[in-house]
Design a protein around this ligand. Structure first.
Ligand code: ZN
Ligand code: ZN
Length: 918
């Protein structure tokens, strides 16, 4: 144990070593066979395209704190890691890379979209198989980033169970779910208006459409009646879609349009004859109360067309260009060019009545920001209603507990008005839909294996479905597919339902709701017992972090600068449930200072420990082996230490309980604050200072002192409480304590080292009074500018017990307050005296340049001498009693012996003082 302990705390020298150690030792694989309770959380799988951002860092910090805590409570913990194939994002990146390779000379803002277009072209040119090879190659080269980062940040996951949503086993689960849902009639193929991204070339779900408020217009267009007798005026926000109109609709109750009912309209520009229909859906207050109906390009109009059997004319294609049905004047124009052309022609031909400003909510693609085009298209859908019902009940009944509580309502509101989910995507990277089409007879075959021929007509050339499944369809199976479903594995049996899920609000519907539905459907049980929704990490001004604002903090950069422990702690202490976090480097710096404090305290203790001879050091190693079930208790020590020992152990018990209570309720901020305050302001500021003379005293003894044992125990217990928050520094310091084996880890030790048996509220109260006295004296000294001097102190109190305690701890109090001597009197100090300061149960004043009242002082000392002689006699009698010596525990006897020595010493000092007074 003669190792040099570095003077300066350098996380860069500590953290990578332990990060490697934890993985290499395979410490976080749950035991195969255990009777301990299981605790399981499957990671919200980050996208393979990404690298960890501050949101991940918060999420992983919260998860890791809980995982380490539960593991240290003896539970069999599984934190299962993995990544998502992120269909649309990956496909875009691989396309762009192909484009970049083909057009290397391009640069600037235009380059990105040019590469994207070229890459898209190249993808189609090379074909599906070759393109997927490129995707897998990209995944091999870049997919490991997340894992490297998580390892570096100390996530205590089981890497032997690492999963990827496109692994063969996972793909099998996805296919199985699709087929079973199809066979039950819950998956169907149908024509519907979908959200189409013309840039990405795929349908996206409602959740992937981001609505933006933008200024827009309302165009009022005259639609003449076919017979030439008058017109109706319709209002629209998208004039170019009029080319696809197949009706005009009015509300049946609208008195203004009673006479229009049943008449026919001649559509301007195209001359198509269309009916006027009545529908309750029409809002008489919108525009003129007469609306155009474009079934192929608006979901509501599509619904009207079903009710009135109207034809659907597609005038905008999947590239957002006008089709032949839009008429020769507009065919081939982009949708925005078409708008300009249509408005110009309407104006020229006298059909445009007026234009008003009108604010719009525009749907854009979450992935590429392109304006979404509602498009009539044939897609695969999942009937969500029957799946949603049990998922609603599970939350309503509390079978899944949602924290913070308000998310329960948000979840239920959404689930109660859930629509069928469009699950097919026109992408190549993803899980291919297991469907085949017979063009000869129209049969659709959904099967586990490619069918050789049509089961109906025997046609052998079947066409495979080109589409893949929405990424969220596959990730919805994550809580059970990662554990081996559909096989009945031991993992499924042990770890399903998962104990807990932690995620951000942004994916509650995308993912949380889908996991609920799929889990209840296929496992007949909830996916997890608890759902905790974590907050967002914002900048210091509480603004969202974004690249455009330039206020993004990169967790790896910050970690590089301040150490992972400091970043983790800064996040944890800011993480109050339901409150977004204002995060900044200043904050991290503050907790880097805390890490320094821990290091310096540890170094101070360990350096002094190294000065002890071999034998007592080994004894301390022994004393730091907790008794199972009982943990640590303070060892009886000398009177002048005992109060501090009883106090710190009692505080330790309270803090341990408070941390556990806070973590149970996800109050990470509170748990972190408790250990921060305890370590810095109780352990370091008071306890270590209190026992300093005992542990810095040159070693002569062959036996370790109770003071050392108590300090060692408190330090060990504190490191364990800190470990879930700051795993690296605690592992490092823990290994420096005596008798630690290299392969062991603090992360596998008991979290709670003291039980409520050591709780001692009376000692806590007494110690608080002493603290108050020391602080009051220090402040008084500072206010009187006497810092450089060692003045004397006069203290008066009514409470005899307090006076007794102050007398017993006189030396320590004087040392901590920086004082020469203390004169104690019963009662209170007269308010007439100068500089009197009062605490809750005492008065004090600093005596400087003033003469002490010798007569009173002599009387006081005389009285004290008598009392000490009495006490001394008592202890002597006790130690002379053979019965006591034979029966009392060793600690008690040693305490009495120590007290005898102390009293004798005290008596000697008092007698000396009396002599000096004459
Ligand atoms: Zn897009
Ligand atoms: Zn057929």
């Amino acid at each position: 144990m003669e190792t040099e302990i570095p003077k300066v705390y350098s996380p860069e020298n500590i953290e990578p070593r332990w990060a490697h150690f934890w993985v290499a030792q395979d410490l976080y694989r749950p035991a195969d066979d255990t009777t301990s309770p299981h605790f399981c959380l499957v990671i919200p799988p980050p996208n393979i395209t990404g690298s960890l951002h501050m949101g991940h860092m918060l999420e992983h910090t919260e998860i890791d704190i809980l995982m380490r805590w539960h593991r240290m409570r003896g539970e069999n913990v599984l934190w299962l890691p993995g990544t998502d194939h992120a269909a649309i994002a990956t496909q875009m990146i691989v396309e762009r890379e192909l484009g970049r390779a083909a057009l290397p000379a391009l640069e600037g803002a235009q380059a990105k979209s040019a590469w994207q277009r070229e890459g898209q072209r190249l993808r189609i040119e090379m074909g599906r198989e070759k393109f997927l090879e490129q995707c897998w190659k990209w995944k091999e080269e870049n997919g490991g980033t997340i894992r490297r980062q998580m390892e570096r940040l100390g996530a205590s996951v089981d890497w032997t169970r690492d999963r990827f949503t496109m692994d063969a086993a996972y793909t099998r689960s996805v296919q199985e779910v699709f087929i079973r849902l199809y066979e039950e009639g819950l998956i169907y193929r149908g024509q519907y208006i979908v959200n189409w991204c013309p840039r990405c070339g795929t349908a996206v779900s409602d959740l992937e459409v981001i609505h933006e408020d933008r200024p827009g217009h309302l165009w009022y267009i005259r639609y003449p009646f076919e017979d030439g007798q008058g017109h109706l005026t319709v209002a629209t926000t998208r004039p170019e879609t009029m080319l696809g109109d197949t009706a005009v609709a009015v509300n049946p109750a609208d008195a203004r349009y009673q006479s229009a009912q049943g008449r026919k309209i001649r559509l301007p520009l195209l001359g198509r004859i269309i009916p006027v229909v009545t529908d309750d859906f029409v809002d008489p207050k919108f525009g003129t109360g007469a609306v155009k109906v474009t079934p192929a390009h608006d979901a509501n109009d599509y619904a009207i067309s079903l009710r009135h059997h109207l034809p659907r004319v597609v005038v905008i294609d999947e590239h957002a260009r006008m089709t032949a049905d839009a008429g020769p004047a507009y065919q081939g124009l982009d949708r925005s060019e078409a708008r300009a052309a249509v408005v110009r022609d309407l104006r020229e031909q006298g059909w445009l009545e007026k234009i008003e400003d009108y604010p719009l909510s525009v749907g854009t693609c979450q992935r590429c920001k392109t304006v979404i085009e509602p498009l009539l298209s044939t897609q695969w859908f999942l009937k969500t209603q029957p799946l949603a019902e049990p998922a609603i009940q599970a939350v309503e009944s509390g079978r899944v507990r949602v924290t913070p509580d308000n998310y329960k309502k948000i979840y239920l509101d959404w689930m109660n008005k859930i629509y069928d989910w469009c699950i097919s995507r026109q992408l190549w990277w993803g899980h291919r839909i297991p469907a085949w089409y017979c063009d000869a007879c129209g049969e659709v075959i959904v099967a586990r294996q490619p069918p050789g021929k049509c089961r109906k007509c025997g046609n052998a050339s079947l066409r495979a479905d080109e589409d893949t499944l929405d990424t969220w369809f596959s990730s919805g199976l994550w809580p059970f597919a990662t554990l081996g479903w559909p096989d009945e594995t031991t993992d499924l049996f042990r770890f399903y339902p998962n104990t807990l899920m932690i995620m951000g609000f942004d994916i509650l519907f995308f993912w949380g709701a889908r996991m609920m539905m799929m889990g209840l459907k296929f496992m007949k049980d909830v996916p997890f017992r608890e759902l905790y929704i974590h907050a967002l990490v914002r900048d210091a001004e509480r603004q969202k972090m974004s690249k455009t604002k330039g206020n993004v903090l990169d967790p790896l950069e910050v970690t590089e600068k301040y150490g992972t422990d400091a970043v983790r702690f800064a996040l944890a202490i800011s993480a109050a449930p339901g409150t977004d976090i204002a995060f900044s480097e200043d904050k991290v710096e503050a907790y880097r200072a805390f890490a320094n404090k821990i290091w310096n305290a540890g170094r101070f203790i360990l350096m002094n420990l190294q000065n002890l001879p071999e034998k007592p050091r080994a004894q301390l190693g022994q004393a730091l082996q907790p008794i199972p079930g009982l943990g640590f208790e303070p060892m009886a020590a000398a009177e002048h230490l005992a109060l501090a020992d009883r106090w710190i152990f009692s505080r330790l018990a309270a803090v341990t309980r408070e941390i556990e209570e806070a973590l149970t309720e996800y109050r990470f901020h509170e748990a972190a604050f408790k250990i921060y305050h305890f370590f810095w302001h109780e352990l370091c500021d008071w306890y270590v200072e209190w026992v300093k003379p005992e542990i810095t005293r040159p070693a002569e003894a062959e036996r370790i002192s109770p003071a050392w044992i108590n300090l060692g125990r408190v330090f060990e217990a504190s490191l364990r409480l800190l470990h879930p928050f700051m795993p690296f520094i605690t592992e490092e310091l823990w290994h420096m304590l005596p008798q630690r084996s290299g392969g062991d880890s603090i992360s596998l030790k008991d979290f709670r080292l003291v039980t409520e048996r050591v709780a001692d509220p009376i000692s806590e109260k007494q110690f608080e009074k002493v603290q108050e006295l020391v602080v009051t004296a220090r402040n008084a000294k500072a206010e009187m500018a006497l810092q450089k001097q060692k003045p004397s102190l006069q203290v008066a109190a009514e409470d005899l017990r307090l006076l007794e305690i102050l007398r017993t701890h006189q030396e320590t109090i004087l040392r901590l307050a920086g004082m020469q001597a203390m004169h104690l009197t019963r009662g209170r100090l007269s308010a007439d005296l100068p500089d009197v300061r009062s605490g809750a149960s005492f008065d004090l004043r600093i005596l400087h340049e003033e003469k002490v009242d010798y007569e009173a002082e002599r009387a006081r000392l005389q009285k004290e001498k008598q009392k000490l002689e009495q006490q001394l006699a008592q202890v002597r009698t006790q130690l002379a009693n053979q019965d006591f010596l034979a029966r009392a525990p060793r600690d008690i006897v040693r305490g009495a012996e120590h007290r005898l020595k102390e009293l004798a010493e005290h008596l000697r000092k008092v007698s000396e003082s009396l002599e000096r007074l004459g």
